[in-house]
Design a protein. Structure first.
Length: 224
């Protein structure tokens, strides 16, 4: 557990560390360009707040891919969060919770204090609910000091949906830092390989998949 700062290392389980490292690093390299429209999901799911908040989460720095598009251009991690929040209705519970978490992160330098506040305020939600997990990812990002390992570690240490939170924090940090800046202790063990159950694509190069993703994202629509 030497990969994490002492205060985090003592609380990490070995199995969780391996899983989140692989998941976070793979997502960092694969999700090169993600920009989903939370607003359209809101219109389609306006009768179900749980579904609404899940869909919003694709565009804010928390549980499933938040702020990835903004992470490529943002100057700092708080700006990444702000870019994600811009896609979420201000009247939603998700917007309120993430905004409150940002305030808590500014009020102190201790991530555990922020974590306790999040769990006290939003711990009544299901363990894999969007709101509480989104807040934990934001906590990891804003208390990380720009350090990839700390961001992933703190997001996981918050508990709840740990594998997704670690992968999401890693994705955002990877997009923000750039692949070349990722610590080799996270990338080297993967050996640039990704196994899948997709027929015909069981063994893949992570870097090749990233290049293909970028190529698809930058395709221009055909003109008549």
């Amino acid at each position: 557990m030497e990969h994490f700062p002492p205060e985090i290392s003592n609380r990490v389980r070995k199995g969780s560390f391996i899983a989140l490292t692989a998941g976070a690093t793979a997502l960092v390299l694969l999700f090169s360009v993600i920009e989903l429209s939370a607003q359209s999901f809101w219109r389609k799911n306006d009768r179900n707040t749980f579904i609404r908040n899940i869909q919003f989460n694709f565009n804010i720095p928390s549980a499933r891919g938040i702020g990835l598009a903004g992470a490529f251009v943002a100057e700092d991690l708080e700006e990444v969060v702000r870019i994600g929040l811009a896609e979420i209705p201000r009247t939603s519970r998700l917007y309120e919770a993430v905004s409150q978490t940002v305030k808590w992160c500014k009020e102190n330098d201790d991530w555990e204090v922020t974590c306790d506040r999040i769990l006290a305020a939003y711990g009544h939600y299901h363990g894999v609910h969007t709101i509480n997990n989104a807040c934990l990812v934001v906590m990891g990002l804003l208390h990380s000091g720009g350090d990839f390992g700390r961001a992933v570690g703190m997001a996981v240490m918050g508990g709840l949906d740990t594998d997704c939170n670690g992968a999401t924090a890693g994705s955002v940090m990877g997009a923000w830092l750039g692949a070349a800046a990722l610590p080799s202790r996270f990338t080297r063990p993967l050996n640039d390989r990704l196994a899948s159950y997709v027929v015909g694509m069981t063994d893949n190069s992570i870097s090749d998949l990233a290049r293909r993703t970028v190529a698809v994202a930058t395709l221009r629509p055909a003109t008549s």
